[in-house]
Design a protein around this ligand. Sequence first.
Ligand SMILES: NC(=O)c1ccc[n+]([C@@H]2O[C@H](COP(=O)([O-])OP(=O)(O)OC[C@H]3O[C@@H](n4cnc5c(N)ncnc54)[C@H](OP(=O)(O)O)[C@@H]3O)[C@@H](O)[C@H]2O)c1
Length: 268
Amino acid sequence: MTAQPRKTAPPLAQQVIWLTGASSGIGEALVKSLASRCLQLIITARNADKLQQVAQQSGCSNILCYPADITDRDQLHKVAGEIEQQFGRLDTLIANAGTCEYVDVKQFDAELFERVVHTNLVGLANCTEAALPLLRHSQRGYLVGTSSSVAYLPLTRAQAYGASKAATNHFLEAMKIDLAGEQTDVSVICPGFVKTPLTDRNDFPMPMRISAAEAAEEIIRGIERRQWEIHFPRRFTWILKTIAALPAGLRMRITRSMSRNQASASSR
Ligand SMILES: NC(=O)c1ccc[n+]([C@@H]2O[C@H](COP(=O)([O-])OP(=O)(O)OC[C@H]3O[C@@H](n4cnc5c(N)ncnc54)[C@H](OP(=O)(O)O)[C@@H]3O)[C@@H](O)[C@H]2O)c1
């Protein structure tokens, strides 16, 4: 069998793009910079009022708001049905919606684990299921998922969030392998700390934190190049990657020093 010649990816200006998690933070910043560069932007989150507000504030008329919960497959299929009816295809899905809750090992709560994994991992699979048939109607479809740089190495209190994001990387890489023959591209976004309502809740130092607008520009640059791994800020992500590559004993000596539990144990 002869291999199909690789089709070129359409420029952003010709693309129909579906962005989830668009009502806040990184997604909200992406709406502002993406809508002015693409053909049509479809935005999703649970908060319908906030979605409308974000669309209006962008000043762009090529945005459609479809509220949906990514843990609800029926709602996502409804959105996909609307996209199919109006445009007949989807060029890019940016599955950005996500949540973060930190674990307290002294009061381990499996329900917290379920909430985080359900939104971040199962939610991504739900979005993929709804979008994939439409991506196949594109000249060269593109599945993009937002993970995190925490996926590179296990960190304190990140048993649920980190596991959901490590699994996100695994999921997307396996998708990339299996979709290569169909000429559908896949990318993973691994941000370091970005100032958003999600990180505004954190009560610990966040080194090298960047603004949501800076994160959006990094993401759009990576998406235009269809870069497999879009990670930033580079100085921060390379430090994490370097620690992750160390022998386990040394690596855990470094990461253990960040644990509050470790600090309270050694002070007893
Ligand atoms: N900020 C960071 O430092 C950082 C670092 C690494 C990775 N990330 C990842 O980047 C993504 C965006 O985070 P952010 O910092 O921008 O957080 P954020 O400001 O809290 O925004 C999260 C977005 O996801 C939506 N969302 C959450 N649960 C949803 C659900 N069940 N169904 C539909 N939409 C849902 C929220 O909208 P509604 O509440 O209206 O549904 C909101 O639009 C997440 O995947 C996060 O894990 C963030």
